[in-house]
Design a protein around this ligand. Structure first.
Ligand code: HEC
Ligand code: HEC
Length: 192
């Protein structure tokens, strides 16, 4: 086996900044076609059509890939998504992730909005846009969706090294307050 030249190694490290280890680079054009299967719930542009489904336009390719892989592998479970993800191949997941990640998500706070929940700001941002590639946007997600996810982390139905610990200490009232705060942020998703 040949050793990586410094140049090739640099390229690998750069790719690692946006894609997790092992993620394939996807084709957004193919992803847009495949997104026909997602449109009734997430829209072609990733703006959710039903309150129990999240907005996914503008999430990073790495985050989308990890969630679809988790639904397919059974480590994250949902009656709708487990069925959808079961039928997806790795290249299709990469293409779908590339398409939805090519959207741009921007958040606008209401003029009278209080500051974001202090425990969450370092990762989810002052406006609900994730600060790093592995942190999802919460801006404009429905309070039902956010409430459901926090309770899933708290009960162990959904597992993540950071969020499981954070949710374990949240009361129902704190969960509701955080969910209502992020749901009140206006999310705009702009096509590529
Ligand atoms: C019938 C409705 C439905 C369809 C069709 C559907 N989804 Fe979903 N999706 C959901 C729901 C509901 C959730 C929330 C699951 C949960 O509560 O854990 C979700 C969650 C997700 C998530 C996790 C997002 C996050 O913020 O964690 C991703 C990624 C996703 N869907 C991608 C897709 C893709 C890509 C397709 C098309 C191939 C698709 N979905 C088709 C309903 C749907
Ligand atoms: C240290 C960083 C960090 C902090 C602090 C943090 N989160 Fe998270 N959060 C994450 C990461 C990373 C994920 C993605 C988990 C995964 O990959 O399944 C996440 C996921 C979530 C999700 C699921 C979103 C989705 O689209 O499915 C919700 C809801 C959430 N966090 C709410 C909160 C709230 C509310 C707080 C404050 C009380 C908080 N988080 C604090 C890092 C953090």
């Amino acid at each position: 086996m040949r050793l990586l030249t410094p140049l090739a190694l640099g390229a690998v490290l750069c790719a690692g900044a946006t894609l997790a280890n092992g993620d394939l680079p996807g084709d957004p054009v193919s992803g847009k076609r495949l997104a026909g299967q997602c449109r009734t719930c997430h829209g072609i542009d990733g703006y959710a059509k039903i309150p129990v489904a999240p907005h996914i336009g503008g999430e990073t390719a790495g985050y989308i890939t990890r969630q679809l892989t988790a639904f397919r592998g059974g480590t994250r479970v949902n009656e709708m998504m487990s069925v959808v993800a079961a039928g997806l191949t790795d290249p299709q997941i990469a293409d779908l992730a590339a398409w939805y990640a090519s959207q741009q998500a921007t958040a606008t706070l209401l003029a009278e909005a209080a500051a974001a929940p202090p425990l969450c700001v370092t990762c989810h941002g002052a406006d609900g846009i994730g600060r790093t590639g592995d942190v999802p946007n919460l801006a404009g997600e429905s309070n039902i969706y956010i409430d459901t996810q926090l309770k899933a982390f708290r009960s162990g139905k959904r597992v993540h090294e950071v969020m499981t610990t954070i949710a374990a200490d949240l009361s129902d009232d704190e969960i509701r307050a955080a969910a209502d705060w992020y749901a009140a942020v206006r999310l705009t998703i702009t096509p590529p």
